[in-house]
Design a protein around this ligand. Structure first.
Ligand SMILES: C[S@@+](CC[C@H](N)C(=O)[O-])C[C@H]1O[C@@H](n2cnc3c(N)ncnc32)[C@H](O)[C@@H]1O
Length: 185
């Protein structure tokens, strides 16, 4: 990670609770996964101030295989903070920001992501999955944060993905709980 991104990441961690950011450990895990897997088309649902966006974009840059992140945020104010943060560390070329309701944007999505990071409205996780599950290519990865911290709200999502034989999934014991699922076919 370049020094500017590293400094900004450290700064953003001071306001982590205000912006509902993922934990540092989760960010490190996602970054390593991107570098190992060589994913190219990443979709993030829930940008906030761009903390996870920074980590994903930085990992795509380091991976060096023309990967790109599209990230969705409903609140314009948070999105403009995120844009400024990504700009500050020179990662703007790696990120497309979409402003609006996730369900509406997902319904019109014009590309098939090979990595989806779900971190928006917990009660809508099941609907995000329903909109994406058939479109994702084999080998695609789904990550979803807060599956332990918000277990009741995401129970239907967890049950559905567990029972979908096209997906192999596991809840990882990272802070808040991260679901990782692999589309097999
Ligand atoms: C948990 S925060 C995202 C944190 C971010 N991924 C990070 O770790 O830095 C969730 C964000 O999703 C946004 N959000 C919630 N519901 C949404 C929806 N239906 N459509 C788009 N964005 C939504 C919220 O405004 C909030 O900024």
């Amino acid at each position: 990670m370049n020094i500017v991104a590293q400094k900004l990441s450290d700064e953003l961690e001071l306001t982590q609770h205000e912006f509902w950011n993922i934990s540092h450990q989760t960010a490190e895990f996602i970054s390593m996964l991107i570098k190992i897997s060589g994913v190219k088309n990443v979709l993030e649902i829930g940008t906030s101030n761009g903390y996870s966006t920074l980590w994903i974009a930085d990992a795509l840059k380091d991976a060096g295989n023309n990967g790109h992140l599209t990230t969705i945020e409903f609140y314009e104010k948070r999105q403009s903070i995120a844009k400024a943060n990504i700009e500050k560390c020179g990662l703007s070329d790696f990120v497309t920001f979409k402003q609006g309701r996730a369900l509406e944007i997902l319904a019109e999505l014009d590309f098939a992501p090979d990595l989806v990071f779900i971190d928006a409205n917990k009660s809508e996780y099941i609907q995000y999955f329903d909109l994406l599950k058939d479109k994702l290519p084999a080998g695609a990865i789904i990550l979803a944060d807060n599956v332990i911290s918000h277990a009741a709200k995401v129970a239907d999502f967890l049950e559905t993905i567990k029972n979908d034989t096209r997906y192999q999934s596991q809840v990882l014991d990272l802070p808040a709980g991260l679901l990782m699922a692999l589309k097999l076919v």
